[in-house]
Design a protein around this ligand. Structure first.
Ligand code: ADP
Ligand code: MG
Ligand code: ZN
Length: 497
């Protein structure tokens, strides 16, 4: 058997057109679960946040959580959806050990919100992503496979189930298929999830943390040759970060192109994304809706949100992130391009908070887009998870402004902060970093530099102040960068005038 090397991405997008579609699940931050009074807190001893309803015990009956319905309507409104004046929950029947009732209460043909859109910005261009539906359902529990090497069921000696998560309100947001993105499909997928996350966060209805699973994303991808009908899609799961959204689309496009080129057929299936290899592998073949035997949930009354209430919720929506960003851009005095790089770096809120902690817009932007973005890229973590907080960055800048740190030393301190060594002041102390501005010690270093560079000293004496840079550099080197450049310059000039 010969293995054919996967095609290069550029070749893929030259020959094929991608269609993408995203299904995003968001765990709502309501105090209690969707159909019972159990708490929704993350963590907790296994099976301590449970009751007869969320354990699916016989005879128990669900009652819908009004706060969850309200949150879902607000998400729908923020995504420009129509809100159903009447709709129902539906039973989705399937067996899975982490789902105690053997069915999930969800919504099927009557979603609470439908037919909206979300505008996102990619490379300074607005792309409108259609929203098919926003519906409300309940989360499943979590299964833990123990005794194997991988944490998967294969090779495990036993499996344990934790129902703490079972019944937490879950909103599913499904996009319409997005064609016409060309080579930018991976970027657009990422930009969409980023914007969606920001919108939902601005509503205050979820903490939308991908790493904790309160925002989860399935990525649908298909390819077709120009002029042909859309291809068969695959649905990639296990996409646990924004970066992975982009990588998953890209790698699935490359894989499918390889299959199609060699005359193969794409099978409609679920695939798993692997963070380590950046590739997807086949999961189960995709169920059809009929497999689930959906039917209206008989234990719950239909939902009929009052039009006046919906109008009230609409009027009370907060400023949405795109509008908010435009306002910040003006306040910070940034060009479109500069603002774009702030957005792309995921730094809007970080910079905003850093400014609120007392830094100037320039300084805040400099640290987050410079040193910290570089670190985030190197290590492949989101900027917000880099390990330095806006408060610490503002404190660092205060130390620079107060002459306690030079820019160069500040970068060393920041490294310590990122490494978890504490606040800037603590890192300075622990690492013995400080600006040497004691003129006695500096004077000695300046004298040495003058003695070692007599010709330069002569030039300065002759009035060429520009030559001072060489001596300043020598002093900085001798003091390992800890000298205050301004003081050194004054000393050099006063000694040689
Ligand atoms: P399912 O429950 O089977 O996953 P959904 O309707 O919940 O179905 O979601 C299907 C997703 O796939 C939607 O986001 C939709 O836009 C997207 N999609 C549909 N057809 C295609 C296609 N040909 N290529 C890519 N994505 C598609
Ligand atoms: Mg789906
Ligand atoms: Zn419960």
């Amino acid at each position: 058997m010969t293995t054919v090397a996967p095609p290069a991405y550029d070749d893929v997008t030259e020959e094929f057109e991608p269609v993408i579609g995203l299904e995003t699940h968001v765990e709502l931050g309501t105090r209690t679960k969707m159909f019972c009074g159990c708490p929704t807190e993350f963590g907790g001893e296994p099976n301590t946040h449970v009751c007869p309803v969320c354990l699916g015990l016989p005879g128990s009956l669900p009652v819908a959580n009004k706060a969850a319905i309200e949150a879902t309507i607000r998400i729908g409104l923020a995504l420009n959806c129509s809100i159903a004046s009447w709709c129902r929950f539906a039973r989705k029947n399937y067996f899975y050990p982490d789902m105690p009732k053997n069915y999930q209460i969800s919504q099927y043909d009557e979603p609470l919100c439908s037919d909206g859109w979300l505008d996102i910005e990619v490379d300074g261009e607005i792309v409108r992503i259609g929203i098919e539906r926003v519906h409300l359902e309940e989360d499943t529990g979590k299964t833990l496979h123990i005794g194997g090497a991988t944490g998967r069921i294969h090779g495990a000696s036993e499996s344990l189930v934790d129902y703490n998560r079972a019944g937490i309100p879950l909103v599913e947001i499904v996009t319409k298929p997005v064609p016409g993105t060309g080579a930018r499909a991976p970027q657009i997928a990422r930009a969409y999830v980023t914007e969606l996350r920001d919108v939902i966060r601005s509503l205050g209805v979820s903490d939308v943390r991908m790493e904790q699973g309160s925002l989860r994303c399935d990525v649908n991808t298909s390819l077709n040759r120009p002029g042909d009908d859309w291809g068969t899609r695959t649905e990639t799961k296990n996409v646990n970060s924004l970066r992975s959204v982009e990588r998953a689309v890209r790698s699935e496009m490359i894989r499918q192109a390889g299959v199609l080129r060699s005359g193969g057929r794409i099978i409609q299936e679920t695939r798993h994304f692997h963070e380590d290899t950046g590739e997807t592998t086949s999961g189960r073949s995709k169920e059809e809706a009929t497999d689930y035997r959906y039917f209206p949930e008989p234990d719950l009354a239909p939902l009929a949100p009052d039009a006046a209430w919906v109008a009230e919720l609409k009027a009370a929506l907060p400023e949405l992130p795109r509008v908010h960003r435009q306002r910040l851009q003006t306040a910070w005095g940034l060009s479109d391009l500069d603002m774009q790089s702030v957005v792309n770096a995921g730094a809007v809120e970080l910079i905003e908070t850093t400014i609120a902690e007392g830094a100037s817009p320039e300084a805040a932007r400099k640290w987050w887009l410079g040193e910290l973005s570089r670190k985030a890229n190197e290590t492949g973590v989101e900027l917000a998870a880099i390990g330095a907080s806006p408060r610490q960055v503002a404190e660092l800048q205060k130390l620079v402004d107060g002459g306690k740190l030079t820019d160069k030393l500040a970068r060393q301190v920041l490294e310590g902060v990122v490494a978890g060594e504490g606040d800037p002041a603590a890192v300075m102390q622990a690492r013995g970093i400080e600006v040497v501005s004691d003129s006695g010690a500096l004077a000695a270093a300046v004298d040495e530099a003058i003695a070692a560079n007599p010709e330069i000293a002569e030039k300065i004496r002759g009035g060429n102040q520009g030559a001072a840079g060489v001596l300043i550099g020598a002093v900085m080197k001798a003091t390992k960068g800890q000298a205050d450049a301004k003081t050194v310059r004054e000393l050099v000039l006063s000694k040689l005038s």
